[in-house]
Every structure is written in structure tokens, then in C-alpha cells.
Design a protein around this ligand. Structure first.
Ligand code: SDX
Length: 428
């Protein structure tokens, strides 16, 4: 650790508070403010825009340069050369697997894809029109009721078993939510199919006929899983870490992450982008949409634009846009939504408002168009995001437990009433 110091002097006090400054491998240095409490101070940082909640080795984002690294590997290279299970292995273990490690990891995932038959009863308890994210949230948490043999978070073997179960079963649970929402029978996973193909088979296969997965769609699906796999301390990952710091079981922690991801400012944005493009309706309406997005009095925002960290292109959006073109061309599909999206991007990126505020397309801007093109229904978009992010959530959960983190418990600036006595009802 470097011996660099930050020195804090506060009006009205003669004391100069010395704080350690720490450097990471790359990225901004951090000022360790933990001693402040003993000096009678807290820091205040709503939204955690300037707060590092932990030390991590998993993912690094350079928002200014539009760089995203998973264990040091650029997302562009992983999206092009790797597959989702290999990226999951990398996130969880810190290194790319060799041939045997990859074969063993994949085989383990493929042999745990089924869920307990009683899990189907959970889905039968949901209304036919329940949002698939509501179902996923509920069922992932409920899984803990089936696995009493692996809930000891202090047992590395239990942690590993649960990790493999969650990575294996998320596609099954996701597809079950879809099948429930369309009133079709559940398709059991097939262990002879790769991860993405198996998911698509469970989504679109049915017991009455053979279903052949389109390899172009399967590859696009796998790439979408990769692009959503992890992203530093985003809201849902921070939720998983905070839940995990209480000692909650991993199924409960991942369910908490699913819930946090659902919001339209986070993982729900991919669904919101399509609603926005539908509302814009035609390329000719794009200018007025940009005007509305800039109007502080109008709550309308360009969904899929902007990011807390990226102040340049989200590298995932670039890969997603390329994949969009590939998939639409391969399927011979033309989608007017894509024309609207491209026009929106072109106009927004030339507009001073978006340039000044450094608002660029994020991962959600194009993902929805690909998902539409391959036939994924709108209400399943965020479920797909959750499916891909499961590997990242689990990697951070492991890392947090490995740090023997204390329970996460932020403090506050209290601006409510000072102490006062109770007033009897007849005197109010
Ligand atoms: C994801 O954290 C992650 O890493 C998330 C994620 C991941 O992989 O985990 O990358 C996934 O969540 C991507 C983001 C998806 N959300 C959206 O696309 C929703 C639309 N975007 C915004 O709501 C917003 O940009 C956020 C939520 C993404 C970021 O919000 P911030 O960092 O709190 O920024 P802000 O809301 O304070 O905006 C800064 C300024 C504001 O104007 P001023 O108050 O300074 O005048 O930019 C404006 C905002 O009004 N602004 C937008 C805008 N986003 C921000 N104006 C118009 N359209 C937008 N989309």
C-alpha cells in the first residue's frame, strides 16, 4: 500500500486529519475515509457517485475511454472469441479455463439444468399475465427451500455447488416463466445442447414437434449473455453484495439482485427502450423526441442513453449494434425500430445537450432490437439481462465473502426533528 496521504482540515478545528490514499492496478486512486467516524464525521455521497464500496479484481470500467475489462480481458475480445460459460468461469475464477477446466465446467453446468419438479407449482401460483421478472424474483429466492444441503455460505464446497446450480438453472427458470405466461407446457432442458441453444429450445420448443435451434440466433443469444455478464459495482451487483454481507443465503442474494435489476433506470431499460421507440413511432418524430428528452420540465428521457460511469460509448453498445446488423441480415429481418434507433443515435450524438452531458447509447439501447428480431417477447428482455448477469452477481458474492466483509451498513446525514416529548392526543 502506498504511503501517500490526503490531509483534511476543517474550519473551526485545529486538527488535520490524515487519510491514506490507495492506488489500484488501473483507475482512480481512492481515499480511505474509514478513520473519519472516529473523528466524528461521516462522508455524504447520495447515489455513490464518488464512493468505492469495496476492492475488487473482477471487472474494470474506464468510463471516459469506453473500456470494459473482465479480469483484464476487453469485452470486445470476449464477445468475439469466447462463450458465456467460459466468461462465467473467468469471472468466477480469475483466469480463462484450459481445455479440461472448460470441459468440466460446461459438463457440470449441463448436468444441473433441471429444477425440482415441485418448482413448477410456484409458477402455477402466478396469474397468467404475471410479469416474468416477478416470477423470476420469486422463484429464485424460493430455490433456497429446496437446497438445504448447500446453504452454508462459509463452506467453500456449498458456495461452489450453489454457484453451479444457479448458473445452470437460471435459463430453465427463465424459460419456465415464459412458458407460464403463454400457457404452454414447460420444456425440459436438453443436456446435448449448448447453454444458449438449450435456453432457446426451452423457450420455443413444444412437446408436439421437433424444434431445431437456429445457430445464428443461438450465437447472438450467447453473445448477449456475455455482454450482460458483469459490470463492476452497478446497482444490482451492489444489492447482491449488501444482501450477502448479512449472511443471507445465495439464492436470496441473487433474488435481491433480480429485484434491483428490474428498475427502468437499470436492467429494465432494454424493455423501456422498445416502449420509447414504439412511442416515437417513426423516424420523422425523432427530432421531437430529442427535444423532449432535453426539456427539464418533461420527464421523458431517451431510454438506453446515458450512464453513471460511461461518459463515452458503452463498448457493449458498439458490439450490440454490430450484432444487431448481423442478426437482422442473417434472418433477413428489417425492423423499422432499428432505423428509428440509428436516427436517434445519430441526432443525439450531434446535439450539444447530449455532448455536454456525455450521454451515449448504453448496453440497453440496441439489445432490445436484437431480442425483438430473434423473437424474444418484450416482457422477457430484463429476464435475459438477469440471466446473463447471474455469473457476475455470483463472482461478486464470492469475492465479498472472501474479503470477510463486515455487514454493509451506510450511515446518514440526519436532518429530521431534534429530540422532543410525546404529545397526548387530546393536546394535538
Ligand atoms: C444499465 O451501473 C451500471 O453499470 C448499469 C448497467 C449494468 O450493466 O449494470 O450498465 C446497466 O443500467 C444501463 C443504464 C440503463 N438505463 C437507461 O438507459 C435509462 C436512461 N438513462 C438514465 O436514466 C441515466 O442516464 C442513468 C440512470 C443511466 C444514469 O443516471 P445518473 O448517472 O444518475 O445521471 P443523471 O440522471 O444525474 O443524469 C445526468 C444528467 C441529468 O441532467 P441534469 O440534471 O444534469 O440537468 O443527464 C441527463 C439528466 O437529466 N440525462 C438524460 C438521460 N440520462 C441522463 N437526459 C435525457 N435522456 C437520458 N437518457
Amino acid at each position: 500500500m502506498s504511503d501517500r496521504k490526503a490531509r483534511l482540515s476543517i474550519d473551526g478545528s485545529d486538527e488535520v486529519i490524515e487519510l491514506n490514499v490507495r492506488s489500484g492496478t488501473i483507475g482512480p486512486d481512492v481515499i480511505d475515509v474509514t478513520p473519519l467516524t472516529s473523528k466524528g464525521y461521516f462522508t455524504l455521497d447520495p447515489g455513490f457517485t464518488s464512493t468505492a464500496s469495496c476492492e475488487s479484481k473482477i471487472t474494470y470500467i474506464d468510463g471516459g475511454r469506453g473500456v470494459l475489462l473482465h479480469r483484464g480481458y476487453p469485452i470486445e475480445q470476449l464477445a468475439e472469441k469466447s462463450d458465456y460459460l467460459e466468461v462465467s468461469y473467468l469471472l468466477l475464477n480469475g483466469e480463462l479455463p484450459n481445455a479440461k477446466q472448460k470441459a468440466d465446467f460446461d459438463a457440470t453446468v449441463y448436468r444441473h439444468t433441471m429444477v425440482n419438479e415441485w418448482v413448477k407449482e410456484f409458477y402455477n401460483g402466478f396469474r397468467y399475465d404475471a410479469h416474468p421478472m416477478a416470477m423470476l424474483c420469486g422463484v429464485v429466492g424460493a430455490l433456497s427451500s429446496f437446497y438445504h444441503d448447500s446453504l452454508d455460505i462459509h463452506d467453500p464446497e456449498h458456495r461452489q455447488i450453489t454457484t453451479m446450480r444457479l448458473i445452470s438453472k437460471m435459463p430453465t427458470l427463465a424459460a419456465m416463466a415464459y412458458k407460464h405466461s403463454i400457457g404452454q407446457p414447460v420444456m425440459y432442458p436438453r443436456n446435448d445442447l449448448d447453454y444458449a441453444s438449450n435456453f432457446l429450445y426451452m423457450m420455443w420448443g413444444n412437446p408436439c414437434e421437433e424444434y431445431e435451434v437456429n445457430p445464428v440466433i443461438a450465437r447472438a443469444m450467447d453473445k448477449i449473455f456475455i455482454l450482460h455478464a458483469d459490470h463492476e459495482q452497478n446497482a444490482s451487483t451492489s444489492t447482491v453484495r449488501l444482501a450477502g454481507s448479512t449472511g443471507a443465503n445465495p439464492f436470496a442474494c441473487i433474488a435481491a439482485g433480480v429485484g434491483a435489476l428490474w428498475g427502468p433506470s437499470h436492467g429494465g431499460a432494454n424493455e423501456a427502450v422498445i416502449h420509447m421507440l414504439e412511442e416515437i413511432g417513426d423516424v420523422s418524430n425523432v427530432y421531437s423526441a430529442v427535444r423532449r428528452a432535453k426539456d427539464p420540465k418533461d420527464s421523458f428521457r431517451l431510454m438506453g442513453f446515458g450512464h453513471r460511469v460511461y461518459k463515452n460509448f458503452d463498448p457493449r453498445a458498439k458490439v450490440m449494434k454490430e450484432t444487431c446488423d448481423e442478426v437482422l441480415n442473417a434472418l433477413g429481418v428489417s425492423d423499422p425500430m432499428l432505423d428509428i434507433a440509428k436516427k436517434l443515435e445519430e441526432i443525439a450524438l450531434q446535439d450539444d445537450y447530449f455532448i455536454e452531458k456525455k450521454l451515449y447509447p448504453n448496453v440497453d439501447f440496441y439489445s432490445g432490437i436484437i431480442l425483438r428480431a430473434i423473437g424474444i417477447p418484450l416482457n422477457m428482455f430484463t429476464v435475459i439481462f438477469a440471466l446473463g448477469r447471474t455469473a457476475g452477481w455470483l463472482a461478486h458474492w464470492h469475492e465479498m465473502l472472501g474479503d470477510h466483509s463486515r455487514i454493509g451498513r451506510p450511515r446518514q446525514l440526519y436532518t429530521g426533528s431534534d429530540v422532543r416529548d410525546f404529545v397526548d392526543l387530546n393536546k394535538r
